[in-house]
Design a protein around this ligand. Structure first.
Ligand SMILES: *Cc1c(COP(=O)(O)O)cnc(C)c1O
Length: 396
């Protein structure tokens, strides 16, 4: 019999009751070091006082109006995001998938308005993840996402990850843009190099295409810069953000240059909830912390330490760890001979929550407020787990 909660997830049998900073507590009061942060969403950790206060204050005043009216908190958040990034304008959504949908529509409208209405296709990369809408799964081109949901929206040409020659070959008269994750998340914590990012920018310039970067997982401070593309020193045309941008409140955003967004005029797009006062109050509170002097520097520092400590762990446990991946606090351990889901469950038993990603990777996205003591605890737990796996056998 089907469960009342639609059974689309393979859930690990643990339920958390509350969270505090870097820790989660289950129904029995057991404490867990959170190294997943709800898929990188809880960038400020759990129950951060600034966010709790922002929600409480705004909830007592005004939750929702409609985009029929002015929403000053939204104008303020958009101003702050554009001041802090490449973008000139922002559309707010409730999720990452909706931000992707906005980006795809924006590319099509841009070319349509320029009189190139046939330029509707996007080149994307294999093992990508762009959300669960029909367009999002079509863009990712992974059979595990698309099977049974055909026909899919047309307009996506998927090339092998990081293969710039294949991107070149896929560009045709109908291509309107390139859409990639600067660091693939679900696909296995795989960064594109600065050279690859620059090559994509050059191809877009050469062919009059828009460069769309999906920073829903790697953006909002995760790599130690507000957006991961900043490491490559390139300027995108459109960037999608979500996850960390709301610190746990459902919020997404599609950021764009004035030129890229030139077709997004009155009536062309919209959302009932997107950018409502409650969401905007929380979004501003997240930025109060993230853009405070020293915050991102500290993320970079902790990210360097995490990557170095994982590197040392690989030296010690090279029989399990074939590769350390990622940038900053977006990290993965590739463990080709370890069943990663069983490893995650074993780690949760030990009081630490990492997660899986594709390509046999143990994924770590700790809250950005992580401190040295948490890093010590995480490495100690991973180290002792791997010692046990060697002595007593792998988790199954
Ligand atoms: C999570 C994610 C999405 C989808 O976001 P939702 O909020 O689940 O719709 C899209 N792209 C990337 C890179 C993601 O990590």
């Amino acid at each position: 019999m089907i469960t009342p909660l639609m059974p689309v997830y393979s859930r690990i049998p643990v339920a958390f009751e509350r969270g505090e900073g870097m820790y989660l507590f289950d129904e029995n009061g057991k404490k867990y070091l959170d190294f997943y942060a709800g898929i990188g969403v809880m960038c400020l950790g759990h129950s951060h006082p600034t966010l709790v206060k922002a929600v409480q204050d705004q909830a007592a005043k005004l939750w929702h109006t409609a985009n029929t009216y002015e929403i000053p908190l939204g104008a303020k958040l958009a101003q702050r995001l554009t001041d802090a990034s490449f973008a000139d304008t922002v559309f707010f959504t409730n999720s990452g998938a909706e931000a992707i949908e906005c980006a795809i529509k924006m590319v099509r409208k841009y070319h349509y308005d320029k009189g190139n209405k046939g330029k509707y296709r996007l080149v994307t990369m294999a093992n990508a993840f762009h959300g669960r809408t029909l367009a999002g799964i079509a863009a990712a081109g992974q059979e595990k996402l698309t099977k049974g949901f055909e026909p899919l929206p047309d307009g996506f040409d998927v090339v092998p990850f990081g293969d710039i020659e294949a991107v070149k070959a896929a560009i045709g008269p109908e291509t309107g843009g390139i859409m990639v994750e600067p660091v693939q998340g679900e696909g296995g914590i795989r960064p594109l190099s600065a050279e690859q990012m620059k090559a994509l920018r050059d191809l877009c310039d050469e062919h009059g295409l828009l460069l769309v970067l999906d920073e829903i997982q790697c953006g909002m401070g995760r790599t130690g810069k507000l957006f991961a593309h900043e490491w490559a020193g390139i300027t995108p045309d459109i960037v999608t953000a979500a996850k960390g941008i709301g610190g746990g409140f459902p919020l997404g955003a599609c950021l764009a240059t004035e030129e890229a967004a030139s077709g997004m005029t009155v009536g062309t797009h919209g959302s009932t909830y997107g950018g409502n006062p409650l969401a905007m109050a929380v979004g501003n509170a997240v930025l109060d912390e993230m853009l405070a002097p020293g915050f991102l520097e500290r993320v970079r520092d902790m990210g360097d330490k995490l990557q170095a400590r994982l590197g040392a762990l690989q030296q010690k446990h090279g029989d399990f760890i074939s590769e350390v991946r990622g940038i900053g606090l977006m990290a993965g351990l590739r463990m080709p001979d370890v069943p990663t889901r069983a490893a995650v469950i074993d780690m949760i038993d030990r009081g630490m929550c990492p997660a899986v990603a594709g390509d046999m990777v143990l994924r770590m996205l700790p809250p950005l407020i992580i401190e040295d003591e948490h890093l010590d605890e995480a490495i100690e737990k991973l180290d002792s787990a791997m010692n046990d796996w060697r002595e007593k056998g792998l988790p199954a």
